[in-house]
Structure formats: C-alpha cells, structure tokens
Design a protein around this ligand. Structure first.
Ligand code: NPG
Length: 370
C-alpha cells in the first residue's frame, strides 16, 4: 500500500484521577495520535508521550519534531506490504521509540484493515480475552489508597500494582496485606531506589509480592542483577528494556525474572513481539504495560497482549478507569471476571470517534505524498 497521507494530532484529555508516580504527577493525558491513509483506508496509532521527560526522555515536543522532520518524510509515498518494512525505512534514525511507535502502529492497523483481519490475528495472538490489572498511583493517604484498591477489586481487576517511592513502601504493603489478605499484589518503583535500599527489598520478601518493578536505575541492568541475587521477590524490568538485545542481556545476567512489555518503549509492535518471543523461549513470563493510553493505544496493547506468553495480568484497564469519554467506540470495558475482550473486527477493531478526537485536539499537521 502506498503511504498517501499522514496526519499528526497533539491531544490533551483530562484524566478522571491524577496519577502520581515517584517521578511526578499526570493530570492530563497527552499523546500524539497518528492517522495514516492509503486506498481509502485509515490506520491509527498512538505515541503516548508526556509533556515532560520524566518517565522517558521523549516528550510531545521531541516526538512531534522527530516524526515531522525525520520519520514521516521516510515513509510518505513508500509502498509498504508488511509492517516489518517500517523498521527498515526508519533505521537510519536513532532512538525515539515512542515517536516510531505511533507511525508503526498506524501502519499495522492500516495493513490489517486492508487484509480484513484483526490486529491480534495479524500479530499471531491466541487469546480472545486478556486478564486485566490496575496500576494505582501514590495516594494522599493510606485510607485513600485502601478505598481505591477496594473499589478496583470490586470491579473485578485481577491484580493490583502500587506505585512506590521512598517513604511510601513497606508500611503501605503491610496495611494492604492486612486489609485485603492474599490478593495478587505487585509494586512499581519507577527507578526511585538504589542498592543501598537492599534491606528494604529484603524486608518486602515477607509479603509474597508477585514482583517488584524497576526498583533501581532507569537504564540499569547490572545493579538489578546484584539486587535480584539478594531478594526472593522476582524483579520485573520496564524502563531498562528498550529492545530484544536488552532483554537477552537481562536474562543472561539474571537482572530480572519478568519483563513488562510496552511497544511504545520498544519502538513498535514488531520489536515488542521479538521480546515476547525471546522471553517465551527462555521461560520468562511477560505482561503488557501501559502509558495511560487512549482507546487507540489501548487497542494496540490489547492486541499485543493476546500473544500466548502474556500470561500475567497487565496494566490494561477499562477506558472508564482513565477517561469520562474515550475516543473510540465501543470503549474498552472490564468483564465481571476481570478480563477484557480482544476486538475481532478488522485492524484495531474499534472505531475512532472523529468528533471526540477533534474536541481534544490542540494542534494538527497533515503530510501529503507528491
Ligand atoms: O496505563 O494504566 C496505565 C498506567 C500504567 O503505571 C502505569 N504506567 O511507569 O509504567 C509506568 C506508568 C506511567 C504512567 C509512566 C504514565 C509514564 C506515564
């Protein structure tokens, strides 16, 4: 298919609840929504960047610049039959995985729609529904946290992930175990600790956590391998795993026992699938992370999480956990058993609501092939 036209939209959507992590607070969901058109079809993708370089070095500003000036000119007018060609065309540009993801994901959607198959099928997905977890930001107080956990458990979410930071860890876990007993519970530190905190992680071993995510440096593999040897709780890596090469090194060195796969962190669905396949071969379970995506990015995540080795509940929650109104129809809903259905219509399998998308768009740019 010839890439005829690409549209970038910078959107801002209010979040229903502020989301606080060890690196900052998000009140508004920012993203770049990418639309790629060919032969009367439109494929959608999402670049789930934030306004500030806190989780990742990428921001709305850097992603827009890299897409506009370097990535889109390499794709416009090209004939693309399989998404793997995208990585080849974009290979001269280094880094900027989230900027790539929006474009690559839109082309997966476009090609799946052209073939009349679902994105899940095209990726090799085997699940028709996926188990869902929920990630809960740092709360103003313990009672507020306990109330929030109770309400998510009542909705059916199958595992609870708590964001932690120095001072909001051991006592919190103790209180949560005291109130809710043996629920599936994990922690995410977003790189807020150092090896000096090893005794804290050893103390956490007593609480039967599923895993602790990214306790140490955001780009570290070595120190995580030292920590993993000294604690029983499995370490899950997120920020440190940028591609299959990192995953291979982390597995060889014993830096983690679980990997959080985010296609946006890895530059696209193809690299995410490579990491999935490697972990499957090596016997490591994976789960699908989230970056507070709109229904468009969520649809890509759900399709990815339908691959067989996504055996743990991911950070894929229902649309209403984030937004009053999502930009897709139907919105993503949680089944009473804590699963979410994988859409089976062509491509991402959900319709983009043009009016709602327009309402949240604050700037837009169109690129046309000659
Ligand atoms: O999408 O449900 C979700 C949120 C999952 O905790 C989550 N994301 O560090 O993984 C993370 C965190 C995050 C959120 C990172 C927003 C960056 C921005």
């Amino acid at each position: 298919m010839r890439i005829e036209r690409v549209t970038l939209r910078h959107i801002q959507m209010p979040l229903r609840h502020p989301f606080r992590t060890s690196f900052g607070e998000e009140r508004t969901k920012e993203a770049i929504i990418v639309a790629v058109q060919s032969a009367g079809l439109t494929g959608y993708g999402e670049t789930p960047v934030s306004a500030a370089p806190l989780y990742s070095y990428e921001t709305v500003g850097t992603a827009w610049h890299v897409q506009r000036d370097f990535l889109i000119p390499r794709l416009l007018g090209q004939e693309i039959e399989h998404p793997r060609q995208v990585a080849g065309l974009l290979a001269p540009v280094r880094g900027h995985p989230m900027a790539r993801m929006g474009l690559e994901a839109a082309i997966w959607d476009l090609l799946a729609k052209a073939e009349g198959c679902s994105l899940s099928q095209m990726l090799g997905g085997t699940r028709t529904s996926i188990p869902c977890g929920v990630s809960i930001g740092i709360q103003p107080s313990l009672p507020a946290l306990l109330e929030r956990i109770g309400s998510f458990l009542a909705q059916g979410y199958r595992r609870i992930k708590l964001k932690i930071e120095p001072g909001w860890e051991l006592a919190v876990v103790k209180a949560v175990r005291g109130e809710f007993g043996d629920i599936a519970l994990m922690l995410d530190a977003n790189a807020a600790f150092t090896l000096d905190d090893t005794p804290l992680f050893q103390a956490l071993d007593a609480y039967g956590l599923m895993m602790v995510e990214q306790p140490l440096g955001h780009d570290d593999l070595y120190e995580h391998s030292l920590l993993q040897r000294q604690i029983a709780t499995p370490i899950c890596l997120d920020e440190s795993i940028r591609h299959a090469g990192d995953a291979r090194a982390a597995i060889e060195w014993g830096s983690c026992r679980v990997i959080n796969i985010k296609a946006a962190r890895m530059g696209g669905l193809l690299e995410a699938k490579r990491v999935h396949d490697l972990c499957q071969e090596r016997g490591l379970p994976v789960w699908c992370g989230g970056l507070l995506e709109t229904g468009i990015g969520r649809a890509h995540n759900v399709a990815l999480a339908s691959l067989p080795n996504f055996c743990l509940p991911g950070d894929i929650s229902a649309s209403d956990r984030y937004f009053v109104e999502d930009i897709v129809q139907p919105p993503f809903v949680l089944n009473p058993d804590g699963t979410m259905d994988v859409p089976c219509g062509p491509g991402i399998g959900v319709e983009v609501k043009a009016d709602v998308l327009q309402q949240f768009t604050i700037s837009q740019m169109v690129f046309q092939a000659d």
